[in-house]
Write a new protein. Structure first.
Length: 138
């Protein structure tokens, strides 16, 4: 069995963003040479997420609105965590959207369903953060 890993770095200038990282993960898979196995994509920061869904701007807008209703940023005083930073909502948003995804690798390709894409979700941007891509298989 072979193993491959790479860290992807992101520095989002805004507080929140959804970035399609499928092409970067596909490049990692090509570099790995693995034809059959599993690909883990993991947000390595507690205020960021990795998830799979459709790359459609209306859906991304709906996520923004929905997440803000579930865990509003303001007023920041509503959260106990907000003593040192004002990002308690980002921790909650990450919990909702998830930490990581695992995708099957078949015939050297990500085995995604129709319309499925891999996204990096940023909920407290303006600093460098990383995503781990770990691929194992033959």
């Amino acid at each position: 069995m072979k193993s491959y890993h790479k860290e992807l770095w992101f520095e989002v200038p805004s507080r929140r963003a959804f970035i399609n990282i499928t092409p970067e993960v596909e490049r990692c898979l090509a570099e790995s040479g693995i034809q059959e196995g599993l690909c883990l994509v993991n947000a390595m920061h507690i205020t960021a997420s990795v998830f799979i869904n459709d790359d459609e701007s209306g859906l991304h807008h709906d996520y923004e609105v929905w997440l803000e209703k579930l865990a509003p940023h303001a007023p920041t005083g509503q959260y106990r965590h907000n003593g040192y930073e004002d990002n308690a909502d980002a921790h909650l948003k990450r919990q909702i959207m998830g930490r990581e995804v695992v995708v099957a690798v078949t015939a050297g390709r990500l085995h995604l369903g129709p319309w499925e894409q891999i996204f990096y979700g940023e909920f407290d941007g303006r600093r460098k953060k990383r995503v781990l891509v770990k691929i194992i298989g033959e």
